[in-house]
Write a protein that binds this ligand. Structure first.
Ligand SMILES: Cc1cc2nc3c(=O)[nH]c(=O)nc-3n(C[C@H](O)[C@H](O)[C@H](O)COP(=O)(O)OP(=O)(O)OC[C@H]3O[C@@H](n4cnc5c(N)ncnc54)[C@H](O)[C@@H]3O)c2cc1C
Length: 400
């Protein structure tokens, strides 16, 4: 058996946060090794943003993040901002563009972002190993100082001063996602917040699917509300239920059993509009008018809930109000979500109260750091999750 390798920093997980941390810690002169159990590094980066990686957002604000402690993430996000990442993107000549709502995507492919991180790691001298399974982690007594942890892996044993857990969340298990980081947290007495799938499509019941079967593949710009949270973006009807950016966003705020209220025409006052049509185009059928505002399938499906389809001038003001409510206040209770199989993120994770917001180090366990999605910090759709991975990775890199 070969003797353990002595290094300064061992990072478990070669994803967005792990690679960012590795490059910056190595740039400080630390001897850094990154290990990953997968056959390739950065798989989620490669599949992100439809293959173009929405790597950050022009506007990153606290309101774009969820965590049991809504202040925890502020310090790291302030220390490494979207502008810092954009500077890195420019340094590496990666072509990018703003798609919408401040979301920045690669012009070419997500591989450009992974290459940027790997180049930074190589330049700084961080070593990266794939196909590495972690067997055990042991905290060492003071007599082994400066080493604080012994990590036994399928590639050999490491003694390290700082151990960084960057193993991400549970979403997309087929891409190598595991609950490993949560197990390490538990091993060292850190609390966990309950984990659920976030940024995930909703499923509908068979009855609901039957009601909206003609809408499959159709989209509309809607405002979807759950509790006090609202998003105005596209909704897409799918053969399993509801998807699209508005739905993914609200899914992070939804609890099973809660209703969604969906305004299918957020830019219009339908009572006002239909009342004017009663004067201007009295003989036009309601379905025809609604098909001018929404796709024909969506308009017809929702008009099927109206008792009788007539020319618009034949509805009373009370009926017009009821029709408007149908489109402005569609209430639906999802059956569930598609779960981790298709979720973009995992909500919950390592309880931030157990971590330093400045360093990401466990308060009760010197030298043990948690960064990225494994931590109970989740961003909205739009590049915010990568920005958290960059920022938390950078924060830890200054202290490992
Ligand atoms: C389909 C999809 C699209 C997305 N698109 C975007 C987007 O465009 N913009 C955005 O901001 N966010 C996006 N996200 C979210 C984003 O990918 C994650 O939030 C981000 O990758 C988290 O970074 P991380 O480093 O914490 O974890 P990850 O990037 O998931 O990296 C974790 C690494 O740890 C490794 N690992 C796991 N378990 C072990 C173990 N037991 N032993 C060793 N290694 C292990 C994994 O193999 C992986 O390489 C998307 C997610 C998905 C699933």
């Amino acid at each position: 058996m070969s003797s353990p390798q002595n290094i300064d920093v061992l990072i478990i997980g070669a994803g967005a946060a792990g690679l960012m941390c590795a490059a910056n810690a190595a740039a400080r002169g630390r001897n850094v090794v990154v290990v990953d159990h997968a056959n390739k590094v950065g798989k989620k980066i490669l599949m992100s943003g439809g293959g173009r990686c929405n790597f950050t957002n022009m506007e990153v604000l606290p309101k774009h993040y969820l965590s049991a402690n809504p202040h925890f993430f502020k310090s790291a996000l302030a220390r490494f901002t979207q502008w810092d990442f954009i500077a890195l993107v420019l340094k590496h000549g990666v072509a990018y563009h703003e798609k919408k709502l401040g979301q920045l995507f690669c012009d070419n492919k997500a591989q450009d972002i992974l290459d940027l991180l790997l180049d930074e790691c190589a330049e700084a001298g961080a070593s990266i190993f794939t196909h590495c399974d972690i067997k055990t982690i042991e905290a060492l007594s003071a007599e082994h100082a400066p080493a604080r942890y012994k990590v036994a892996t399928s590639l050999g044993d490491y003694l390290c001063e700082s151990l960084v857990i960057a193993t991400g969340g549970l979403s997309i298990p087929t891409m190598g996602a595991t609950g490993f980081g949560y197990q390490v947290a538990e091993q060292f007495g850190l609390a966990l917040k309950p984990r659920t799938a976030g940024l995930v499509p909703f499923t509908l019941s068979p009855t609901q699917l039957e009601q909206f079967k003609d809408c499959v593949g159709n989209a509309a710009e809607v405002t979807v509300t759950c509790g006090t949270q609202s998003f105005t973006e596209n909704l897409l009807f799918t053969h399993r239920g509801l998807s699209g950016p508005a739905i993914l966003q609200i899914s992070s705020y939804w609890q099973p059993g809660q209703n969604l209220e969906i305004n299918l025409l957020p830019q219009l006052d339908l009572v006002d509009y239909l009342t004017r049509q009663q004067q201007e185009r009295p003989k036009v059928l309601l379905t025809t008018l609604m098909s001018e505002l929404l796709t024909k399938s969506i308009a017809q499906s929702f008009c099927s809930f109206v008792t009788e389809i007539r020319p618009v001038n034949q509805y009373t003001p009370k009926e017009i109000q009821a029709i408007a409510d149908l489109f402005h206040k569609w209430e639906i209770m999802p059956a569930g979500t598609e779960g981790y199989r298709t979720a973009e993120v995992t909500l919950g994770g390592v309880d931030v109260d157990g971590l330093s917001s400045k360093t990401m180090e466990a308060k009760n366990q010197p030298g043990l750091f948690f960064i990225g999605e494994v931590v109970d910090v989740t961003g909205h759709l739009g590049g915010f999750n990568f920005q958290w991975a960059w920022a938390s990775g950078f924060a830890a890199a200054q202290f490992v």
